[in-house]
Design a protein around this ligand. Structure first.
Ligand code: Z5A
Length: 251
């Protein structure tokens, strides 16, 4: 069964802001015909859907993505699962960079690295899947850069939003599930793991990231739906299903 609702790919925003919270720069319209929707960018008959999963470390995105994928497949939907930054070979190399000892990118360099991985991901996987009508589940996407590099590292969130419009080529999430959790609890869940560049950051950094995500939710409550991730996995799954069902009903 394929979703019949109108997707963001087919919508041209009426308000001053696009769904990532920024107005596309005027010259975009001239150069690329960009007006906030992927179908407009590429003239594709896009019928797929992009659902992104966001949240702090250990919030349960990955586990819930697997459950959601199984549930959607049982309904006969064609699902693809991916993640950022390592959804492509290039993105995997970006992720590996962050794990190298002694590599400490400047905040803006982090932004450019994630944007490079994102553009490659959109071109190589997301756009082709969308044009084949797939439901895509993506573990982290454009909001992660606003939350981590913007609110976490202090890079101007508006600059990040503007770069996101470019890096995604206007491919915006139709629905975002924000797994909200106290970062201290997230770290309790992942203790014992070898920590990467971000996981080694102080709790204060992760609290700013959480605040950033909550700001994004407040700015776009229709696209970004809050999941209370501190409960038992089955209860979290039930909430996710209810949100996704609601979304498919076009509510
Ligand atoms: N990053 C960035 O800075 N900017 C960007 O633009 C992008 C990314 C795209 C990716 O690291 C890093 O890149 C990320 C931000 C940065 N780092 N940080 N910080 P990653 O992929 O390694 O990290 P992650 O995406 O946060 O994955 P994660 O730590 O594995 O978290 P999760 O996927 O949300 O959780 P999980 O793997 O499903 O569960 C973690 C553990 O908790 C596991 O043992 C589960 O069994 C357990 N769990 C799950 N749910 C529950 C519940 N409900 N109760 C109890 N225990 C649970």
């Amino acid at each position: 069964m394929e979703p019949s609702r109108k997707t963001s790919s087919e919508r041209v925003p009426r308000g001053p802001l696009d769904p990532l919270g920024t107005r596309p720069p005027a010259r975009d319209k001239r150069l690329h015909g960009f007006s906030g929707g992927r179908a407009v960018c590429y003239g594709l008959g896009v019928s797929g859907l992009l659902i992104t999963l966001e949240g702090v470390e250990g919030a349960g995105k990955t586990s819930q993505m697997m459950r959601l994928e199984r549930w959607l497949r049982r309904q006969g939907r064609k699902v693809e699962r991916t993640r950022e930054p390592d959804g492509t070979r290039l993105g995997f190399a970006v992720r590996r960079l962050f794990e190298r000892p002694g590599v400490k990118p400047e905040p803006l360099v982090e932004v450019f690295l994630f944007m490079a991985a994102r553009q490659q991901h959109v071109a190589e996987k997301i756009r082709p899947w969308l044009s084949r009508g797939r439901v895509i589940l993506c573990d982290r996407y454009a909001d992660a850069t606003v939350a981590y590099q913007g609110y976490g590292r202090g890079v101007d969130p508006d600059l990040i939003r503007e770069l996101n419009v470019r890096a995604t080529s206007g491919v915006l999430p139709d629905l975002t599930l924000l797994f909200d959790l106290d970062p201290a609890e997230g770290f309790r869940r992942i203790r014992g793991r070898r920590f990467d560049h971000f996981e080694r950051e102080a709790l204060a950094f992760h609290r700013r990231v959480r605040r950033g995500y909550l700001e994004i939710h407040r700015a776009e409550p229709k696209r970004v739906r809050l999941v209370h991730a501190g409960r038992e996995p089955d209860a979290v799954e039930a909430e996710v299903r209810a949100i996704v069902e609601d979304f498919f009903r076009g509510a």
